[in-house]
Design a protein around this ligand. Structure first.
Ligand code: 3PG
Length: 400
């Protein structure tokens, strides 16, 4: 983007592909981190006199307009954070978008409606994506990719559109890639990785890669129960991906061979039911050792002994990468494990990276000071796939 700003953008229509996919409670944004993260790029372009067209997906609507996934609240928040009026187009490439963009003054900012209200955005068929990318390209003169959270998606606005316009990487993408490069090229040891979240299937590829890189891998969240089952424990009605048991078993063996410490919970919080996240009614969980999970109960957070154990494994870390909450942190009765790991990152002597929409939201909603972490990535799947060493379509499209 520095090159673009040096060339001059006054009067040009600049399409900024952002990731404004923020968590919402109804129409209330519960964590605006991703909106704040794109501000440096939007501000720099507006201050340079560009006519800025911001676009993003939100959630996973099915290729047609769906009011539950409107970007209107995100556009309003962007305006508040910029301290400027932000125009909002009620469609993405239709009449509203065309007239809103045509009405932008130099230095003005507009947000167009959710990219995924158009089937062409996510289409597998190249021609269908290309047709939608052509319509997006008609809205702008220049493309700036700054939606780091979506660079792993081969979607029209991420992958096909940059090929149609002069294209540049925004500040956020440049920062994110700079930090993640450190984890692949220049890691200070011990390198400790904490992985949580619901599904082990989302994390298999990154674990596979990390078994050759990390010194310790700490496992929590819903995915821990597939590991515990593979270790021979009964996990009651906890989340379990039976089909992943062979892979997980192989990883545990490989960790042993490679000298990587793969650390699993020793105790967990259990209850008969998943908690009510709306009312946050008391859940009254019990703490049990992992070899004593009752048949009719499910694990919903790591227990206090595990929290201490994980904190001790992070205490001397030279580098930490953490992705995925340790439990159902959205409910206060199941937030302690995630809090303990976040606090251990704050206390760790080395460079700490929080990756992932959920873990990033967790540190902010649990009241941690963002500056206490080395880097909080805006990318969930994107940061994992970067660490897996995959070619990310949205980065490749900007590099060419
Ligand atoms: C994310 O939340 O990780 C990004 O916004 C990408 O969203 P997606 O997984 O729906 O493509």
């Amino acid at each position: 983007i520095d090159a673009l700003l040096a060339e001059g953008v006054a009067g040009k229509r600049v399409f900024v592909r952002a990731d404004l996919n923020v968590p919402l409670d109804g129409t209330t944004i519960t964590d605006d981190g991703r909106i704040r993260a794109v501000l440096p790029t939007v501000k720099a372009l507006a201050e340079a006199g560009a006519r800025v067209v911001v676009a993003s997906h939100l959630g996973r609507p099915k290729g047609t307009p769906d009011p539950a996934f409107t970007l209107a609240p995100a556009a309003a928040r962007l305006g508040e954070l910029l301290g400027a009026e932000v125009a909002f187009a009620a469609d993405t490439v239709g009449e509203s978008a065309r007239s809103v963009v045509a009405g932008l003054a130099n230095g003005g900012v507009a947000v167009v409606e959710n990219l995924r209200f158009n089937a062409g955005e996510t289409a597998r068929d190249d021609a269908e994506r290309a047709a939608f990318a052509d319509r997006l390209a008609a809205l702008a003169d220049v493309y700036v990719g700054d939606g780091f959270g979506a660079v792993h998606r081969k979607h029209a606005s991420v992958y096909d559109l940059p090929a149609r316009l002069p294209h540049y990487a925004g500040h956020l993408i440049a920062d994110e890639v700079g930090v993640l490069k450190k984890l692949t090229d220049d890691v200070k040891r011990p390198y400790v990785v904490a992985l949580g979240g619901a599904k082990v299937s989302d994390k298999l590829a990154v674990i596979d890669e990390l078994l050759g890189r990390a010194d310790r891998i700490l496992i929590g969240g819903g995915m821990a129960y597939t590991f515990l089952k593979a270790q021979g424990h009964e996990v009651g009605i906890s989340l379990l991906q039976e089909d992943q048991l062979p892979a997980v078993t192989e990883y545990m063996e490989r960790a042993g061979k490679n000298g990587v410490e793969l650390v699993l919970p020793v105790d967990v919080l259990v209850a008969g039911e998943f908690p009510d996240l709306r009312t946050k009614a008391p859940a009254n969980p019990s703490t049990v050792a992992v070899d004593a999970i009752p048949a009719d109960q499910q694990g919903l957070d790591i227990g206090p002994r595990t929290s201490k154990l994980y904190a001790s494994k992070l205490a001397d870390a030279g580098t930490v990468f953490w992705n995925g909450p340790m439990g159902v942190f959205e409910h206060p009765d199941y937030a302690e494990g995630t809090k303990a790991v976040a606090q251990a990152l704050v206390d760790a002597p080395g460079f700490t990276v929080v990756g992932g929409g959920d873990s990033a939201a967790a540190v902010r909603t649990l009241g941690f000071d963002e500056s206490a972490f080395g880097h909080i990535s805006t990318g969930g799947g994107a940061s994992l796939e970067y660490l897996e060493g995959k070619t990310l379509p949205g980065l490749a499209a900007l590099e060419d």
